[in-house]
Design a binder for this molecule. Sequence first.
Ligand SMILES: NC(=O)c1ccc[n+]([C@@H]2O[C@H](COP(=O)([O-])OP(=O)(O)OC[C@H]3O[C@@H](n4cnc5c(N)ncnc54)[C@H](O)[C@@H]3O)[C@@H](O)[C@H]2O)c1
Length: 319
Amino acid sequence: MTWIVTGGAGYIGAHVVRRLSGRCEVVVFDDFSTGRPERLPGDIAVVKGSVTDPDDLARLFERGPVDGVIHLAASKTAPESMADGDPFWLSNVGGVRMLVEAMTKAGTGRLLFASSAAVYGDTGHRRATEKRRPEPVNPYGLTKLEGEQIMGRSRLRTMALRQFNVVGAGTHASAADTGPASLLPAVFRALTEGSKLVVRGDDYPTRDGSAIRDYVHVEDVAQAYVKGVSLLSGRRPMRRHSVVNVGSGQGTSVLELVRLAGKVAGAEVPFRVGERRPGDAAESVADVSRARRKGLGPSRSLHEAVSSAWESWRHDLGR
Ligand SMILES: NC(=O)c1ccc[n+]([C@@H]2O[C@H](COP(=O)([O-])OP(=O)(O)OC[C@H]3O[C@@H](n4cnc5c(N)ncnc54)[C@H](O)[C@@H]3O)[C@@H](O)[C@H]2O)c1
């Protein structure tokens, strides 16, 4: 069995590739815009190319028969999408459209898609089930929703995993998220570089005024992809297109996460409060009942996630 992982050299992709590679042949397809080759095991097949380039995609599928694709390649920074949405439409919508076309032409029938909690927008005080009406509050969320809809209209067997805020690291080198807009890397930079973390907004209608997110361990996310592959590959009847939340089911405020990270690192995190970031929801928390029913539910704690991310950050610093 051969599966392609687009965006396999990214933060989440590298964890997915490691979990999947013992189970099937894996081919990573990445343009290395944010991905890093050192995240990948040495024996993994890598094809450099972009999901927005039909020639690159044609070359990819000419290599031989492929059973399915995990599609993680995307532009992911929601605040950047507020400043300029065009690259997001090209990469996240154009990319899905071209990938679906290439797969259909090649006769590859299964697609597992990295969607996002951003499709819901603000979930308010209630955890979002997959039946909740999507109301994205930034272009990034809109492009992920459009990507889901393109998949839903295709003839492929598809599953969209709506990931919430992915944190943590595995045991391999360079396993941590280093994204410039992600909270934990900013906390760790404040701890190790002496800069001050900026907490974006303390006047949200939440328990302590800071935004509430659902932080899920990257290893739980990687495990959900492996389970998704087996569901899409199995003979059990299932909907042709399904949507599943991948989160922890727990809401944690930004200030609570900052305190936890300080405790794990054994130092107080220096921070100041700044303006809210345009396009940020007050609350975003998953209902993970469907994920649990399908065997894609979380099993790791937030403490484990933060500790693993801190260890990985320190490891990368020491190299
Ligand atoms: N990190 C999160 O908290 C989170 C939450 C919800 C959804 N997601 C989604 O999960 C996926 C992976 O996120 P991540 O955090 O690993 O991001 P990342 O930036 O670390 O990884 C994205 C990977 O895709 C590659 N890529 C980007 N555009 C490409 C293109 N046009 N063609 C080929 N490769 C391309 C990059 O080089 C990188 O390796 C994204 O689709 C993102 O929207 C992430």
